[in-house]
Design a protein around this ligand. Structure first.
Ligand SMILES: CC(C)(COP(=O)(O)OP(=O)(O)OC[C@H]1O[C@@H](n2cnc3c(N)ncnc32)[C@H](O)[C@@H]1OP(=O)(O)O)[C@@H](O)C(=O)NCCC(=O)NCCS
Length: 175
């Protein structure tokens, strides 16, 4: 189990250059684009996991939407046909040095708290994730299921798998 991990929004002064997850695309995104997307373009916000003053993981989020017909029949009952607001987990990466110590789970739990906050403040029917090949089973452990959506909207290759977890299946924050 990891020592104490803090999760907070990325700040402009954070050192992103030394982050290594083992996935060059995720590292490049964090180093080159996460800051400008958040501070200049306002198209997504990155949350970082800090352990012993070092960034050991990050999750990039953005508001997005799905259409009800992309959801399995049992999950779309009574939902309107127009686009539905979701919280999109666009990227998630853990530093190689911290892999397997609970950082990814910790970041995902922070995303769940934000999904409930978004539901209250703006509306949100669940969390949508673009799972990288090999990461699908990680999300399935938390109850995510695959959606019949076109993958690869981010232009990543190989294309990610769209996965979804509805708000009702996300544990509500305790405090
Ligand atoms: C996938 C990733 C985010 C997991 O983060 P992590 O901090 O290593 O995961 P955790 O330590 O919280 O693991 C929680 C559980 O999930 C399991 N797990 C971790 N990665 C897994 C994977 N790819 N597939 C299946 N299970 C996985 C762990 O074994 C652990 O199981 P346990 O509770 O029985 O011990 C991380 O490995 C990573 O950054 N990988 C490279 C980039 C990537 O694939 N990102 C996801 C893209 S969307």
């Amino acid at each position: 189990m990891a020592s104490k991990i803090t999760i907070r929004r990325l700040e402009p002064s954070d050192d992103r250059a030394s982050f290594r997850s083992g996935n060059v695309d995720l590292d490049r995104f964090f180093q080159r684009f996460a800051g400008q997307n958040q501070f200049r373009h306002h198209i997504g916000t990155t949350f970082v996991a800090i352990e012993n003053d070092a960034i050991v993981g990050y999750a990039t989020l953005a508001a997005s939407e799905v259409t009800a017909r992309a959801l399995p029949v049992a999950k779309r009952r009574r939902l309107p046909q127009y686009p539905l607001p979701v919280l999109r987990l666009a990227r998630l990466a853990v530093a190689e040095s911290a892999a397997g110590s609970g950082v990814g789970s910790e970041l995902l739990r922070a995303v769940f708290v934000l999904a409930h906050r978004m539901a209250k403040d703006l509306g949100c029917v669940g969390v949508l994730v673009d799972a990288k090949p090999g990461a699908e089973a990680f999300y399935e452990r938390f109850g995510f299921f695959r959606l019949e959506l076109e993958g690869g909207e981010l232009g990543d290759r190989p294309a990610p798998t769209a996965m979804f977890l509805e708000l009702g299946a996300i544990p509500a924050p305790t405090a």
